[in-house]
Design a protein around this ligand. Structure first.
Ligand code: SB7
Ligand code: NI
Length: 181
């Protein structure tokens, strides 16, 4: 997965296409490659060897495929996966009013610069998604896994994390925003 596209490439600003089932063999392979990339990027030895930045998610548009597919691999403190799935056509079907943001801010493998500031996201979401075989899933997520999924779904809609940062006051925190991490 050497071909991650960067900010400025119009694919990152496009609305990606909904996938139809059954997926093609190529689409299935792409899903597995996205996940493999995340696994390798989180393996300290492999990451060093291939000079990868650690990633918890990677969306198909980031490899210039404008389709609604993303891999998510969120580990816990012991490096055990707490949410590890290849998501096809993910949709947020309900969301909390309460917002959450990472205290550290966010980064993106497609953005080669630090953009400081809080990125407010829904603290809890209910996510509907399909796996590679077309099976439907529903998951209730909160905090970090919810934030990562929202970052990835944004990629499917042509949105980048810094679009959510308050321009005038990047670290503005209203009463409804909880910081995590
Ligand atoms: C911080 C980082 C990510 C998500 C949420 C908070 C993912 C970074 C890797 N990606 O660019 C995936 O799109
Ligand atoms: Ni990203």
């Amino acid at each position: 997965m050497k071909n991650i596209i960067r900010e400025g490439n119009p694919t990152l600003r496009a609305r990606a296409k909904t996938l139809a089932f059954p997926l093609t063999d190529k689409q299935r392979e792409l899903g597995k490659k996205l996940m493999e990339f995340l696994e390798n990027s989180q393996d300290p030895k492999l990451a060093k060897k291939y000079q990868l930045r650690a990633g918890v998610g990677l969306a198909a548009p980031q490899v210039d495929q404008s389709i609604r597919m993303t891999a998510v691999l969120v580990p816990d403190e012991n490096n055990q996966p707490i949410f590890k799935h290849i998501l096809i056509n993910p949709t947020i079907i309900s969301e909390s009013v309460r917002m959450a943001a990472l205290a550290e801010g966010e980064g993106c493998l497609s953005v080669d610069r630090d953009v400081p500031g809080y990125v407010p996201r829904h603290q809890k979401i209910t996510l509907r998604w399909y796996d590679l075989d077309g099976q439907r899933h529903l998951d209730k997520l909160r905090n970090y896994p919810a934030i990562v999924c929202q970052h990835e779904i944004d990629h499917l809609n042509g949105v980048l994390f810094f679009d959510h940062i308050n321009q005038k006051d990047p670290f503005y925190q209203d009463d409804n925003l909880v910081l995590i991490g």
